[in-house]
Design a protein around this ligand. Structure first.
Ligand code: ATP
Ligand code: MG
Length: 781
């Protein structure tokens, strides 16, 4: 009897092993042969280098289940590194599901940082720390750098703390201790960078503290300097698994090499086409040289994509083909054809947000000729976080539940809260929380002592803090720079309050004045860190948001509602996140807005690293498209407003890299009805078709036409001149009242080619380039 024979074969094996072998391994079910090989090749190095959606993460997860199920390793002997904590949680759950039971432990499944914190706590003394060390956040880090800079007698105005932080972070990413920084890299800070770095590390040690970069740096240092410790962990971590290996930096790479150095049981998975953290020190070269680092590696290539429809896959493939020096991978799928990638051009950013909101509701109802999608199945992926604001505002207005993943929501960001605190104080001078927040932001020389005096004065007089400050000044209770600056602030708040009351400047203009005159904008302009430009963009976005409201208080009320919108836990919500945060995730329906040159690809990224930057942007586009399972909708706007100034946008070069046969240019119903659709011209690019499909029929376009209008976008594009700019340069006349982004309002006194001489109301007479000038009454709507 065959049953009996099988039983016989297991004679001698433990009962548990026999029971295990008798059951099919559920984690192997459904895997294709290549995935299965990667799961079952347990010993020695394994590399899975494959395109998006080919099941790398799934195979990695099955491999963990296999290790545990076969008893090759206990849960605490597996070191598994994921890119985010969220991914770690999901992987743990999936392993449990695959094994049909919940997984106890897996203490070493987490992000590089989370795992290194644990290791460093155990061996803190080897890094000159005590195990209860604190981990500094960015603000603390900057504060400490400031002290180090001033102690070294370096001019902080020339060499700001944030620049030093960026420099040192970069060195830590490369695992350079202060002594190891190569001379060629030590130019900044008058060559004092390494010395400042050393002093900073000493200060951290004195405080028993570390920053994020230290977590890896210290652990790598310990493993290098203490072979006994290294040996201990080589024995403990019998198997090492790493997801998203293409985004490891040098320090992470060294750490992995050290730990895997003994047994070489390391399995790395990744995709060179999805390397998107070069700007944070990731080295795609790490994955490309895996086979050299670990000779005899079992290399698994996966080509079947299980995530997306053929159209989506073809679109992603065509875009990424624009990059040079790729390994190049062919992906295929046996999924049904499904929807083509949808492309649509909008008049401006607000309309894009409005359209996406409506489209999401329509798709939820299933009225788009597709199945109904739940809100949880839809995501909006943006290039820059400031793009989120338009969606958040729109969704709040129409009551569409949303969540922001991987970062604070727009109105929770530091710079937005600061700016709002100024607005709140202008509207209600008794708002003490707002006062506390901004009294010394930007720095006004009002430290703890001065602030205490203000508190005491307010308490003594029984008045709010602002009034307390006023009285303290009147009584001469404060002197020096602090007194001067405080009285400037108090005067400013009085003046802005009067302006708000009188209503003779538009409230969005007033908002700009408040941020400028208080020195808040200047603070970020002077800031040289990588985050500063993003913060300035967010502030501009904030001012733009104000335009939709009657006055400042109406706006503040709107925001307090937004902040309240967190309720409804567990109900389905649309996800909004950056492309970076979307790595490894998938959604049935994905919206990719803002495909405009300068925004995406990001101008900053291209300015800083040229072609390298452009290629990283293109990989981001690939990551974005490949997140979509069934429906991928790409959009762009013809115009965006920046600081009250219209800027015309060119569609992203990536739009024209999409393969037309896999793209549907959306034409909403009722088009070409109301307003001067341009004539068809043959052979125009995708973006022209997309722009025509919607832009000319958008309410914004019609409104503009009704007001005397400007040239249609396609014509402007043919002339290679941006819409508004082209109109602006020819449209001005001497005597006209105009607005300039930097200098404000003024009257044109002369015209010379593309330059205008303008007598500005505040800034005096200046010659400026016409394209930075808008007619004062000529803002489209
Ligand atoms: P990315 O590069 O985006 O991280 P990935 O290669 O890690 O993608 P996974 O997320 O593991 O891909 O898998 C993509 C989708 O395909 C998931 O929904 C997964 O469950 C499914 N999948 C993977 N392998 C198979 C398979 N053999 N059969 C059916 N579905 C699969
Ligand atoms: Mg993955």
């Amino acid at each position: 009897m065959s049953d009996f024979d099988e039983q016989d074969a297991f004679e001698g094996a433990s009962l548990s092993a026999r029971a295990m072998a008798a059951r099919p391994a559920p984690y192997l079910e459904g895997l294709n042969p290549a995935q299965r090989a990667a799961v079952e090749a347990l010993d020695g190095p394994v590399l899975m280098l494959a395109g998006a959606g080919t099941g790398k993460t799934r195979a990695l997860t099955a491999r963990i289940a296999h290790l545990l199920a076969t008893g090759r390793a206990r849960a605490d002997e597996v070191l598994a590194v994921t890119f985010t904590n969220k991914a770690a949680r999901e992987m743990k759950e999936r392993v449990g599901t695959l094994m049909g039971r919940s997984i106890e432990g897996m203490p070493w499944l987490g992000t590089f940082h989370a795992i290194c914190v644990k290791l460093l706590r155990r061996h803190a003394e080897l890094a000159g720390l005590k195990s209860g060390f604190t981990i500094l956040d960015r603000d603390d880090q900057i504060r400490l750098m400031k002290q180090v800079i001033s102690a070294a007698g370096v001019d902080e105005k020339r060499w700001p703390a944030r620049a030093l932080a960026a420099l040192i972070d970069g060195w830590k990413n490369r695992a350079w201790t202060p002594e190891a920084v190569p001379a060629a890299e030590a130019g900044a800070f008058d060559g004092k960078g390494p010395a400042l770095y050393a002093a900073y590390q000493q200060r951290l040690r004195d405080l028993n503290a570390v920053d994020f970069g230290d977590l890896l740096l210290h652990v790598v240092g310990i493993l290098q300097a203490h072979p006994d410790v290294l040996e201990q962990y080589r024995r403990r971590f019998k198997y090492i698994l790493v997801d998203e290996y293409q985004d490891t930096n040098v320090a992470q790479y060294l750490w992995l090499r050290l730990l895997a150095g003994g047994h070489h049981n390391i399995c790395c998975v990744g995709d060179d086409d999805q390397s998107i953290y070069g700007w944070r020190g990731a080295e795609v070269g790490n994955i490309l040289k895996f086979e050299k680092d670990f000779p005899g590696a079992h290399v698994v290539r996966l080509e079947q994509n299980y995530r997306s429809t053929p159209h989506i896959l073809a679109a992603a493939g065509a875009v990424i083909a624009g990059n040079e020096g790729r390994l190049g991978k062919a992906l295929w799928t046996d999924a049904q054809d499904g929807e083509k990638v949808r492309l649509i051009g909008h008049w401006d950013g607000e309309e894009e947000a409005r359209w996406i909101g409506e489209e999401i509701e329509a798709m939820q109802r299933g009225t788009r000729g597709m199945r109904p999608f739940s809100l949880d199945e839809m995501a909006i992926l943006v290039r820059a976080s400031h793009q989120m604001r338009a969606f958040e505002d729109r969704f709040l207005t129409i009551g569409l539940p949303y969540r922001v993943i991987g970062g604070p929501r727009f109105y929770e960001r530091m710079e937005i809260r600061d700016a709002m605190a100024y607005f709140r104080l202008v509207v209600s001078p008794s708002d003490d929380l707002a006062f506390e927040r901004i009294v010394n932001t930007p720095k006004r020389g009002l430290g703890d002592k001065a602030q205490q005096k203000i508190q005491v004065s307010a308490r003594t007089h029984g008045v709010p803090l602002l009034e307390g400050a006023r009285r303290l000044l009147a009584e001469g209770g404060l002197s020096g720079k602090g007194a001067k600056e405080l009285s400037k602030l108090v005067d400013g708040l009085d003046r802005w309050g009067r302006m708000a009351g009188a209503g003779d400047v538009a409230h969005e203009e007033l908002a700009g004045i408040i941020l400028d005159e208080s020195g808040y904008t200047g603070m970020w302009q002077a800031d040289k860190t990588p985050e500063a430009p993003g913060r300035l963009e967010n502030l501009k976005e904030l001012v733009k948001a104000l335009e939709g409201f009657e006055n400042l208080s109406g706006f503040l009320e709107h925001v307090s509602l937004i902040m309240d919108n967190e309720s409804g836990e567990g109900e389905p919500k649309v996800s909004i996140m950056t492309l970076h945060a979307a790595k490894g995730l998938e959604f049935p329906a994905v919206f990719l807005p803002g495909w405009e040159d300068g925004l995406f690809p990001s101008q900053r990224s291209m300015d800083e690293t040229g072609l390298k930057g452009l290629e990283e942007e293109r990989r981001l586009a690939y990551v974005g498209i490949t997140r979509a399972e069934e429906v991928c909708t790409i959009s762009f706007a013809g115009n965006r407003r920046v600081f009250g100034q219209w800027q015309s946008q060119m569609p992203s070069r990536f739009v024209d890299e999409l393969p037309p046969e896999h793209v549907d240019v959306l034409t909403p119903p009722g088009l070409y009805g109301g307003g001067g659709a341009p004539e068809e011209d043959a052979g125009s690019g995708l973006h022209d078709r997309a722009a025509r499909a919607d832009v000319y029929n958008s309410p914004g376009w019609r409104r503009l036409q009704e007001r005397g209008g400007r040239r249609p976008m396609a014509q402007a594009r043919e002339a290679h001149a941006p819409v508004i700019d082209a109109a602006a340069s020819s449209a001005h006349t001497v005597g006209e009242r105009v607005f300039h982004q930097k200098f404000g309002y003024g009257a044109v006194t002369g015209i010379e080619g593309d330059k205008l001489e303008i007598a500005f109301e505040k800034a005096g007479t200046k010659k400026v380039v016409a394209r930075f000038v808008t007619g004062a009454d000529d803002v489209p709507f």
